[in-house]
Design a protein around this ligand. Structure first.
Ligand SMILES: [Mn+2]
Length: 193
């Protein structure tokens, strides 16, 4: 079974995540104490087609930064653990995603090397009081701990909510492709990931 559970508790956040990669048609459960983040995670998890059970509380009264970054880290750890040695996966995923005037591109590779490449003029505006500078922290934590190369590129868009929601949805769709099992091979010419 390709599944994992991650518990992460610090003085700043309490997070528990269960992930199942092969659970079609099972609705994810997302609960955080930052409603905008819950909204974006609901979009990501829905389009990933994976089963995610995420319960996360953070000291958002200090700064939503801790919660958002730590959930990214824990989701990355959950992906890395559930994928095991990565045998048989498609490995790559890519998705252009529009949301009205916004257009975002996500391209990822479960390369074994965790790095976010965040490119383009992502809007630098708060959404409902939540600073947009926290969103790359989420994607960075996720990329590093999932040990995946993650390109997210802003292409178009004016409304910050549209642009960031498009990024979460695009990542969901790209993940759905990349973790799909296609054969019994290690998807690397060097023999490991
Ligand atoms: Mn929305």
């Amino acid at each position: 079974m390709r599944e994992s559970t991650v518990i992460r508790q610090t003085r700043e956040t309490k997070i528990s995540i269960t992930l199942r990669l092969d659970a079609p048609d099972t609705a994810s459960v997302i609960e955080t104490n930052l409603p905008l983040f819950t909204h974006f995670l609901t979009a990501l998890t829905f389009y990933s087609g994976l089963y995610w059970d995420i319960h996360a509380l953070g000291d958002v009264e200090v700064d939503p930064h801790h919660l958002v970054e730590d959930v990214g880290i824990a989701m990355g750890q959950a992906l890395d653990q559930a994928l095991g040695d990565r045998t048989g996966i498609l490995r790559f995923g890519q998705q252009y995603l529009p949301m009205d005037e916004a257009l975002v591109l996500c391209v990822l590779d479960f390369s074994g090397r965790g790095q976010l490449y965040w490119q383009g003029s992502f809007p630098d505006r708060a959404i409902n009081g939540v600073s947009s500078e926290i969103w790359p922290e989420f994607f960075n934590g996720l990329a590093r701990h999932a040990r995946m190369t993650l390109h997210l590129r802003y292409l178009e868009g004016i409304n910050a909510h549209h642009v960031y929601e498009a990024a979460f949805k695009a990542l969901g769709r790209a993940l759905s492709q990349a973790v799909t099992t296609v054969d019994n091979r290690m998807p690397s010419t060097k023999g490991s990931l």
